[in-house]
Design a protein around this ligand. Structure first.
Ligand SMILES: Nc1ncnc2c1ncn2[C@@H]1O[C@H](COP(=O)(O)OP(=O)(O)OP(=O)(O)O)[C@@H](O)[C@H]1O
Length: 346
């Protein structure tokens, strides 16, 4: 029960949208295709579904090449960004659609519809019109409809991106639970790393039609494979460092790194909150910290963002809590927050 993609290439005329991609999703696994707009993730998903012509390579299920298998015979479920529900059918009519196509009788359909609606948090919604549901409810119905015929693989293309932020976070957690409870094997396309990390046990980061890294969420976050992956995952600045015994030493100070980082040269990828500031007159401090002068302050939702000039480094973005914000012109100490620092090869 494994999806395997080998050397897959998809073109639109001159455009190579997907370039020689290899990936596999094991039984019950959830793989997220994560990357910026235009990197080819939807094209890859659509090629797996059978919706795009393959220029080279293979899409296989359990080792069987699906080249000759049309979309509706692949037994894959599909969920798109905008649900694409049948507007003239009720919720039950939508969820039962695949079951009716498969010839399931009425009692079986009704029982399965009730079971699925319960699973997606819409118990009792059978008779509602889908045009009278909120965006979030519509996506729940789309998910129930895709899962009803027990697809061997569920393909989700930006399933939450039409919803507003709060609803998205909530639905991502619910969707992750549904996928786990049903043991569904899934491939999900998203440009949002929070969503990818919530939903998937493996994350494939794409850029320019290629997969740059496939790893678990924590590894992708802490050990991006290259600069492009690091920048996509929010590391706006890279600094050189030397690792010894689990500590990296850089011009911006010392920071703990994951235990499996070998001694030697690395680069540290710094996210927005990686550099923390404390006022130079507040005790403590060690000789390995960096220091600098505050050039600018900007108040943000839950912290204050500072621009600090550090000798031999230049201008560095840093953050500090609201309590005791240093003045412009004040000297401050800088420390690195290990949770916001990624480690790349040197
Ligand atoms: N039908 C098409 N005809 C021609 N070019 C296309 C077509 N669909 C996509 N492309 C191009 O192929 C590349 C990959 O597009 P794709 O939609 O797969 O990217 P994506 O990562 O899913 O982006 P987004 O998140 O914006 O949808 C882009 O350069 C895009 O312009």
């Amino acid at each position: 029960m494994t999806l395997t993609v080998r050397g897959l290439t998809v073109r639109y005329g001159e455009v190579l949208a997907v370039r020689s991609v290899d990936l596999s999703v094991p039984d019950g696994g959830v793989l997220a295709l994560l990357g910026p707009s235009g990197c080819g993730k939807s094209t890859l998903l659509r090629a797996v579904a059978g919706l795009e012509a393959v220029a080279r390579g293979r899409v296989c299920w359990d080792g069987v090449d699906l080249a000759g298998t049309p979309v509706h015979r692949r037994a894959f479920g599909l969920v798109f960004q905008d649900g694409q529900l049948f507007p003239h059918r009720t919720v039950a009519g939508n969820v039962a659609f695949g079951l009716r196509m498969a010839g399931a009788d009425r009692a079986v359909r009704d029982a399965r519809v009730a079971e699925l609606l319960e699973l997606v948090g819409l118990a009792g919604y059978e008779r509602r019109r889908v045009t009278q549901l909120s965006g979030g409810e519509q996506q729940r119905v789309a998910l129930a409809r895709a899962l009803a015929p027990r697809p061997r693989l569920l393909l989700l293309d930006e399933p939450l991106s039409a919803l507003d932020r709060e609803l998205r976070d909530q639905l991502a957690v619910d969707l992750a639970r549904v996928l786990t409870e049903t043991g569904t094997t899934a491939l999900v396309v998203t440009h949002d790393h929070d969503e990818a990390f919530t939903l998937a046990d493996q994350v494939a980061v794409m850029s320019e039609g290629q997969i740059r890294q496939v790893d678990g969420p924590e590894r992708v976050w802490r050990r991006p494979a290259d600069e492009r992956v690091a920048r996509f995952l929010g590391c706006s600045r890279l600094v050189s460092a030397t690792v010894r015994d689990g500590w990296a030493e850089s011009v911006l100070g010392r920071v703990r790194v994951p235990g499996d980082v070998p001694d030697g040269a690395v680069r540290l990828g710094l996210r927005a909150s990686a550099v923390r500031v404390t006022r130079a007159d507040r005790g403590g401090g060690t000789d390995v910290e960096a220091s600098g002068e505050v050039l600018r302050r900007v108040h943000q939702r839950d912290h204050v963002r500072l621009l600090v000039r550090v000798a031999d480094v230049g201008e560095v973005q840093a953050s500090t809590p609201f309590a005791g914000v240093p003045e412009v012109g004040e000297r401050v100490r800088l420390t690195l927050d290990p949770d916001a620092v990624a480690v790349l090869a040197g």
